[in-house]
Design a protein around this ligand. Sequence first.
Ligand SMILES: [Fe+2]
Length: 308
Amino acid sequence: MAVTGVLRPGHFQMRVLDLQQSVDFYTKVMGLIETGRDGQGRVYFKTQDERDHNSFIIREAEEAGVDFVGFKVQDKATLAKLDADLRAYGLHTEHIAAGEMLETGERIRFTLPTGHDIELYAEKTDVGNGMPYVNPEVFVPDGKGINPVRFDHCLLYGPDIEKAQKIFEDVLGFYLVEHVLMEDGKTDLAIWLSCSNKAHDIAFVRHPEPGKLHHVAFFLESWEGVLKAADIMSMNRVSIDIGPTRHGITRGTTIYAFDPSGNRFETFCGGYQTYPDNQPITWTFDNVGAGIFYHDRKLNERFLTVVS
Ligand SMILES: [Fe+2]
C-alpha cells in the first residue's frame, strides 16, 4: 500500500497544570525522551523509537486539554495542495512559520467544526532513535518506564462530528473504519477514521461542548507491554480509569489512565490493519458497551463523561 498525502498523526500539543510535575510523569512513568524546550515554555518529547524530533508537546496552563493535533504530510508540494484544497472547501487556514515549533517546518492550521485545531506539516528534523540506519539492532536497551513505540492517535469530543468527518474524507483522504450509532439508529455517536492502514488515526465522539479531549494514545508493541504498563502505573500510583481490557471497536488491547493534570491517556497494543476498500463496521447503540469494552460489555459513567 502506498501511503501518500497525509501520512500519519505526527504531533500532539497538550496543556498541563504543573509543568515540572508533568515532565517528571512523561519522562519517568511514560518513558518519553525530552528533546527540547522553547521560548514559549513548551517542553518537547518523543518516544525512544520515534525518529522525528518531537511528537508530544506540553505547556503549562490554567486548564488541561488539547491545543492542537498535527499530521505529517508527504512533502511540501502536498502541504501546499492540501492548503489550497482546504481553502477551496471554505475553511480558513493559518500559516505558521517554520521554526515556530522546534525542528518543525511550516504548518498549516485550521479549526474543525468540532472546535479542535488541526495542523498539517511536511518537515520535522529526523534525530533518529539512537540506532544507525545501516545494520541497526532491534531496540535501544535503555528504555525507561512504559516506553511506548509511538504517539498513535487521539479521541476528541465535540459537536458536528459529521462535518469533521466530511473534511477528513473529502479533503484529507481519510476513510471511515468503524462507527457507533445513536439510539435513533441513524446519527453517528462516534467515528474512527484512518489515513493509513491503522484501524484509526483519529476518532471523534459527539459532545455538546467543543474542543474537548477524551484521550491521547501511545502504541505499545505487545499485550505483555500493556500489562507491564498497568504494573508501572500501579507502582507509581497513577489513576487508572479502566483496564487492562480489550476494545470490540478496532480490537485493540488497552488501559486508560489520567496524567497528573487529569488528561486521559491510553497505552494500547494491536488493532487490526485495514484498507480504504474495507466496508466500515457499524455498532448499534445497544451494543456500544461491548464495542468499547469487549469483556465487561458495559461502559462506566466516568469513561463517557470525563474529558479535559
Ligand atoms: Fe484510543
